[in-house]
Each structure stands twice: as C-alpha cells, then as structure tokens.
Design a protein around this ligand. Structure first.
Ligand code: NDP
Ligand code: MG
Length: 376
C-alpha cells in the first residue's frame, strides 16, 4: 500500500485524486488530507478515507469543526502541514493547493526527499530555482500532475533530455479563443469560468481564459525539464486531446493523448513508473474526427508573452508575474475589475519591479506579502 498525503483535498484536483484512490482503495493508505474552508466536504472525506490527520488552514473554519466528528486528529495551520511532511513516513505527497501558498509544502518535500506529485504550479513558478536545486542535491522526485507536463514526462520516457529539440505545450485557447479584444474586454467572471473542455477550480479557469495559465506552465516546464524558454513552444489545440508533445533532435515528435480528464495524469503520478488499469472513458476516434492547431493570439492574450518576459528576466520577476495575477484574478472573480485589468496590472508591476537577485524562500514569501498588502 502506498502511504499518501493530500494537500487541498477539497479542491478540483484534490477530489479527483480521491476519486482515483476510491477506485483502487487496496493500493493506497491516506495518511493526511487538508482543506481550507470547505469543512463539510473535508468531514465526509475524513469519514470515508479515514486519514490519521486532517489539517484545516482557515482559522474560522477550524473553530467551526469543534462540534463535528472527523474520526481523525484535527490540526490547524500551515505549520502542521509542514511538520506532517517532515515527520510522517509517506510514500507520496500530492500538492493540490491553489496559489503561492503551496510554496512551503513543495519546498519541504523537495528538501526531505518526499516524492511529490505536483499540481501546484505556482510554487515552481516563484521558486523553481530553489526547489529544483533541492531536487537535484537530494535526489528527490517531482512527478508532474499538470496534464501538459504529465504528457511531456510520459513522452520523455526512455529518452534523454539532451536529445530534445523543443517542448510543445498545447493550450485549449480558453472560452474566449475566437473573440475580438473588444468583445473580451466586457466579459465577466461567470463567462470566463465556462471552460470548453475542462472542469477546474475557479482560479485556474480564469488563468485559462487569460492564457496566464499557459504562461505559468511555460515557466513550470522550464524548471521541471531543465529546458530554455526559447525551446518551449505553445500551440493552441482547441479539442484538448493531445496534451503536449516533445520534438526530438531527429525531428521526430512524441505526444501523449487522451480525453481531457485530470484523473489520468493524477493516476499516472500516483502509480509511476507503473501503468495500472483504471476505469476511465476510452478515447473514441470517431467522436473527434478533427484535431486542429492554431498559433496563440499573443496580442489578444498578452499573459503569455509576459510569462516569457518574466522568466527571461528571472530572479524575482516570476514572483511578480504569479502573485500579481493571483490578486487580480481574485478581484476579477468578485467582479471588481475588468478582464484586461489582470494582464495590464501584471505588465505594469513587472515594468516597475526592482529585481531581488537570487531570491531565497524568505525573500519570495516577503515579496508575495508586500504585493498582496499593496494590491488587495
Ligand atoms: P481549487 O480551488 O479547486 O482547490 C484548491 C484547494 O486549496 C482547496 O482544497 C482549497 O480548500 C485549498 N485552499 C484554498 N486556499 C487556501 C489557502 N489559503 N491555504 C490552504 N489551502 C487553501 O483548485 P484546483 O484544484 O483547480 O487547483 C489546484 C492546483 O492545481 C492549482 O495550482 C492549479 O493551477 C493546478 N491545476 C489544476 C487543474 C484542474 O483541473 N483543476 C489542472 C492542472 C493544474 P477549500 O476548498 O476547503 O477552501
Ligand atoms: Mg495544465
């Protein structure tokens, strides 16, 4: 049995991880789960999967749990998450927290040689230079959960990264793919949340509409696969069947495909290097008789080029890109700002940023806090 810890078990990735576990309960022992505000769901998960520990990171929500029966040791706060990663002997940690709040868990896993199934891309975006150093120094393992990175990881099996010419990340293009800038500028959050192919958490759904998600993924790919950003290309593929591709130096391209269902990359990460059976709907070629490709519209969706700019600048610039985005998405979800205010503000903040050279984890957390205090 694999011992597993799940951070963000109440979210979109978290619940799908538990779906995968539910199907093969004999393979896994859930040691701990964490949630923030959704304590009713966390409670049901606790009674069903019987983890030893349940961590709640929102204080008011934690206080409300006093009258509830979790049948587990209830803990409060990020410190407790860190000490569980430190002390519990787990085989794999799945980090499905949303946002840069996932940074310390990712870093702790890399430092302590805990195998990490990583959905939380934001932590690699802001601190990839530190986390990957820990991974290499300690021989730790990060298994990507993000579908594009899982596809690349799968397409790299058996080949050396030195034989790769470029990585090709596919993007659905989001719900506004075909609209004009004018039309998009008036779109409200509820419209941006209607993703054509994927059912995801609210933050990443907005990121998909702005293409900031693809920008974050370019930076994530740079760190995960140790490849220069100029060798990472983005291709819009509206059907989301080809999840990403690797082009080798002999011109051959290897891709991974399948129906858009996050349970597949989750299942692959949990069982790597094995391919265990799972009851997911199989791909039907006749339902998709056309797979199409387009160039991303960089002028309409400036979020993509801003990511290349941030990672080229390096150091603390990707933290600006990520954290300003997190805050602006939060405002947009509350209908407080317009669609283009998200990327306009990222651009403005990047242009005004004074570089912190080779930022430490503490520097990144302090910078993240400073931006939040200023823009929230
Ligand atoms: P969700 O918003 O659905 O879930 C986020 C989880 O984090 C929930 O369990 C939530 O708890 C918890 N959480 C929220 N805020 C905090 C906080 N301040 N402190 C601690 N925990 C918190 O997000 P997703 O599952 O969609 O995304 C998770 C990560 O996976 C993101 O980095 C995203 O980019 C990535 N990802 C997601 C994909 C998807 O299909 N959803 C695909 C690829 C990557 P609660 O709900 O109890 O408040
Ligand atoms: Mg993705």
């Amino acid at each position: 049995m694999k011992k597993i810890g799940i951070l963000g078990s109440t979210g979109s990735i978290g619940t799908q991880t538990l779906d995968v576990i539910r199907e093969n309960k004999e393979l896994y022992e859930v040691v701990f789960i964490s949630g923030h505000k959704n304590i009713e769901l966390l409670n049901r998960q606790s009674l069903e999967f019987k983890p030893e520990y349940v961590v709640i990171t929102d204080y008011d929500s934690y206080n409300k749990t006093k009258s509830m029966n979790f049948d587990a040791t209830l803990l409060y706060g990020m410190d407790k998450i860190i000490s569980l990663i430190d002390k519990e002997k787990i085989d794999i940690l799945l980090n499905a927290l949303v946002g840069n709040i996932g940074l310390l868990p990712t870093y702790t896993a890399a430092k302590n040689k805990v195998v990490l199934a990583l959905a939380n891309k934001e932590s690699l975006v802001t601190a990839g230079h530190i986390i990957m150093k820990e991974v290499y120094n300690n021989n730790s393992v990060i298994l990507p959960v993000d579908s594009e990175h899982s596809a690349i990881f799968q397409s790299l099996q058996g080949n050396d990264i030195s034989s790769v010419e470029k990585l090709i990340l596919t993007a659905s293009g989001g719900p506004f793919r075909t609209l004009s800038k004018n039309e998009i500028s008036n779109k409200k959050a509820y419209e941006a949340l209607k993703h054509p192919n994927w059912d995801m958490g609210r933050k990443i759904s907005i990121d998909s509409a702005t293409l900031v998600n693809k920008g974050l993924e370019v930076i994530e790919a740079k760190w995960l696969f140790d490849i220069a950003p100029e060798n990472i290309e983005v291709v819009v593929h509206p059907q989301s069947i080809i999840h990403s591709l690797v082009q080798y130096k002999d011109s051959s391209i290897i891709a991974q495909m399948g129906r858009p269902d996050m349970r597949l990359p989750i299942h692959y990460a949990l069982n790597y290097p094995d391919r265990k059976p799972i009851q997911l709907e199989r791909f039907d070629f006749m339902k998709y008789n056309q797979l199409t490709f387009e160039a991303p519209r960089r002028d309409v969706f400036p979020g993509l080029d801003l990511a290349y700019y941030s990672i080229e600048k390096g150091d603390s610039f990707p933290t600006i890109y990520n954290t300003v985005n997190e805050i602006m998405v939060h405002h947009y979800l509350k209908d407080q700002i317009g669609f283009y205010d998200i990327t306009d503000t990222i651009e403005k903040e990047l242009m005004n940023h004074r570089r912190i050279i080779n930022p430490t984890i503490e520097d990144i957390i302090a910078l993240d806090k400073e931006i939040r205090e200023r823009l929230e």
